[in-house]
Ligand binder design. Structure first.
Ligand code: SF4
Length: 223
């Protein structure tokens, strides 16, 4: 483990608590350059838009699970078209058909943790391997489980710095930024989905309530 990097992350987390989203992201770009990558879920492109105003060489990663809504893939393509940033769209080694053949159909119903591991966690781990730090749009206001997120923290399992520039943002803050900067938004957000994931595990609902609704699962294991 890189103890120096971890110390820097934890120190930055203290220093940047209360800083603006632009300051937190700007610090990450300054500190890590192209060893930073930004993960995007393509619910809205706020973090990507913010990144594009700071630099043009930090890549954006999207994990294409094979189970995304067509609207999410359309959002990815629109984002790729608008912004002058390298976009890495990557996915699991097995197609959905391949996974069905190996593990049986509808693994997402029988063992969603396994399905998320195969289709999200492993592909993201592989995609993050060349980088020292990664940023994501997770916010404290999204769920009880995210209430203690730091602005900058340490991803212990991956040995990388993890940055949450939007950590303190409310839903209103996100909406304001979208309006002010004409940010691309997944059409599902105006169709009753507050949070957008794979179609088999996402239903309409407030906050993250529509994700794995009816089960105890609240996170896919990425964060
Ligand atoms: Fe599979 Fe559902 Fe996880 Fe997507 S969210 S990877 S479909 S279990």
């Amino acid at each position: 483990m890189d103890a120096t990097l971890k110390d820097r992350a934890l120190h930055a987390g203290d220093e940047l608590e209360g800083a603006s989203a632009q300051e937190i992201l700007g610090w990450a770009v300054e500190e890590f350059g192209t060893k930073l990558v930004v993960a995007a879920s393509m619910a809205e492109a706020v973090l990507v838009d913010m990144l594009a105003r700071i630099c043009s060489d930090v890549p954006v990663i999207f994990i294409d699970t094979g189970y995304h809504f067509a609207e999410t893939i359309g959002t990815r393509d629109a984002v790729m078209h608008r912004y002058n940033l390298p976009l890495i769209s990557t996915g699991p080694q097995l197609t959905v058909a391949g996974q069905n053949a190996v593990y049986g159909p509808k693994l997402f119903e029988r063992d969603p943790d396994r399905c998320c591991q195969l289709r999200k966690v492993v592909p993201l781990d592989r995609a993050l391997a060349p980088y020292r730090a990664w940023a994501a749009g997770s916010r404290r206001a999204e769920s009880a489980g995210r209430r203690n997120l730091p602005a900058v923290g340490w991803d212990e399992r991956r040995g990388k710095v993890k940055i949450h520039p939007l950590v303190a943002w409310t839903d209103e803050d996100v909406n304001r930024y979208v309006q002010e900067h004409d940010v691309i938004v997944n059409p599902l957000l105006s169709d009753g989905y507050d949070s957008v994931g794979c179609w088999p595990c996402t239903s309409r609902g407030e906050g993250r309530a529509g994700r794995w609704a009816g089960s105890a699962k609240t996170e896919c294991g990425i964060h």
